[in-house]
Design a protein around this ligand. Structure first.
Ligand SMILES: [Zn+2]
Length: 171
């Protein structure tokens, strides 16, 4: 019996894409968030009180209080789905999965954004370090940081909180 089950499992053609559906990887229901769009790139200027009302508490904390999720706890750090990652706050498309790389840091890591202006950069001198903070170019949400120890071709490592990202699959 065991043998048959194993052979049957091996007989399945290997799937090129993740079997996880987009819905399973969604962080929250966007239906009450009128600013969420994967196509509108116009900047949105929304009061923090409004974001606080619309977003889950953990996303609000990371996006607008510059929180950081614990390493190896986010849902995307070792996720290998093929598709696009968007800002979880506003839906702005940020990264393609083909610029994601396996990093031992415990957060999803990318070597380049999808569009140059998808992300904004700010000097961050907190915690006695000089780092470059990354924020969403559309809504201003904190995403994470970018470091200069990434792989070719850019040599950059965008280290992004999973909570700040929404995997939207192949389109
Ligand atoms: Zn955004």
């Amino acid at each position: 019996m065991m043998m048959a089950a194993a052979m049957s499992a091996c007989g399945q053609p290997p799937s090129a894409t993740s079997t996880t559906t987009t819905n399973d990887m969604n962080q929250y229901d966007h239906s009450n968030n009128p600013y969420y769009s994967h196509t509108d790139t116009a900047k949105v200027d929304v009061p923090l009180s409004e974001w606080k009302r619309l977003l889950p508490a953990n996303l609000y904390h990371i996006a607008f209080e510059k929180g950081t999720e614990r390493a190896f706890t986010g849902k995307y750090w070792d996720f290998e789905g093929i598709g696009t990652y968007a800002c979880a706050v506003c839906g702005n498309v940020l990264f393609q999965a083909d610029s994601k790389f396996a990093s031992s840091c415990g957060w999803p890591s990318f070597f380049q954004p999808l569009r140059k202006d998808a992300i904004l950069y700010h000097e961050d001198r907190t915690f006695g370090m000089v780092r470059t903070e990354t924020t969403c170019g559309r809504c201003g949400a904190h995403l994470g940081h970018v470091f200069e120890d990434g792989p070719k071709p850019t040599g950059l490592r965008y280290c992004i909180n999973s909570v700040s990202l929404e995997f939207i699959g192949k389109r």
